[in-house]
Ligand binder design. Structure first.
Ligand SMILES: NC(=O)c1ccc[n+]([C@@H]2O[C@H](COP(=O)([O-])OP(=O)(O)OC[C@H]3O[C@@H](n4cnc5c(N)ncnc54)[C@H](OP(=O)(O)O)[C@@H]3O)[C@@H](O)[C@H]2O)c1
Length: 295
């Protein structure tokens, strides 16, 4: 397939290399217009060259894989829409929810697929990528056209397993969001490792967050029992105890976080249902205050 990666950061570069290894014609679209080629080295493999910023490649793309941060999605995809054939499938792979709410209407003429992944990657330099944690990926259709694209799970599975197709991608996204709403802001505010959240001093806060998340999920008809969610949160904290969350890293590097699409999204949905979520609101405000203090 002809696949263009929009945003070859850590996760985009990881998929670029694996999809190319699986035999696809992979190109990159970057926000550096002067680039016509990108060299990527995944772990200790041979370097790979990717055609970059080619409108010709965009026009013939079967799939655009969008791997920018949640707050970059609208600007990044809007700039490309005029070049895409209507049948080009757009796959969005990022943390958080709510990005689909303010995209141009012409986007919905395309098959749209949403993806969530638990793989971990980082770029120690411009051209190299470390695959730091093997995980799994879930794909699912967002609109009717996207729901017909379940063959994509085989394409992605052959490149970087394990991949599953979900007929209810929003449920998978809520599951990921629920965990992120707890781990991300707390580790970012306290500049600590995920595992530190198991300390007694965080236990009341974690229970309050979980209870608010469950109330919002109930209203959205993506119910989850609070004991079940609390257990999942503790399992993820334990399994990733030595990791720095993405939001912790963003704050420590003074980079804009994805808070608007994590706790910010939860607060927005809660408001729509008239549900009070003071603990999520407080953490959201604290992260926004930190971001604003940089300017
Ligand atoms: N990294 C992980 O391990 C991991 C794991 C699971 C999920 N995720 C999620 O995956 C998403 C991407 O994360 P990431 O870690 O890969 O972030 P990242 O390294 O910052 O990658 C985003 C890339 O997109 C580029 N970009 C931004 N705007 C663009 C535009 N308009 N056109 C083209 N390229 C553009 C950025 O370039 P600049 O740097 O020049 O802005 C950067 O190279 C996030 O939602 C993250 O939460 C990441």
């Amino acid at each position: 397939m002809n696949i263009t990666i929009l945003g070859a950061g850590s996760i985009g570069s990881l998929w670029a290399c694996h999809l190319a290894n699986a035999g696809h014609n992979v190109s990159i679209w970057s926000n550096k217009p002067e680039k016509s080629e990108t060299l990527l080295i995944l772990d200790n493999q041979n370097p790979k060259r990717f055609i970059t910023n080619s409108v010709l490649q965009l026009k013939s793309a079967d799939v655009i894989l969008v791997t920018v941060k949640a707050w970059q999605v609208k600007g990044a995809i809007s700039a490309l829409l005029e070049h895409l054939a209507p049948e080009t499938i757009i796959v969005f792979m990022h943390n958080g929810m709510g990005t689909m709410d303010d995209l141009p209407v012409s986007l919905y003429e395309h098959p749209i697929v949403l993806a969530t992944t638990t793989h971990g990657a980082y770029k120690p330099s411009q051209n190299s990528i470390c695959h730091t944690g093997f995980g799994s990926t879930t794909l699912g259709g967002y609109n009717n056209l996207g729901q017909r694209c379940h063959f994509l799970s085989d394409v992605f599975e052959n490149a970087l397993p394990s991949v599953t197709w979900s007929d209810s991608i929003n449920k998978a996204l809520w599951d990921k969001l629920s965990i992120n709403c707890v781990i991300n802001p707390l580790t970012a505010i306290h500049q600590c490792l995920n595992g530190d959240l198991l300390q007694e001093k965080f236990s009341t806060l974690v229970v309050q967050l979980v209870s608010e998340i469950c109330a919002v999920r109930h209203a959205e008809k993506f119910e989850i029992n609070s004991d079940v969610l609390l257990t999942s949160v503790h399992q993820v904290i334990s399994a990733t105890a030595k990791n720095h969350s993405s939001m912790q890293q963003d704050i420590s590097h003074k980079k804009i976080t994805e808070i608007d699409y994590i706790n910010g999204y939860l607060c927005k949905v809660a408001q729509r249902h008239g549900i009070s979520v003071p603990t999520n609101q407080e953490l959201y405000s604290q992260i926004k205050n930190i971001e604003q203090s940089w300017s």
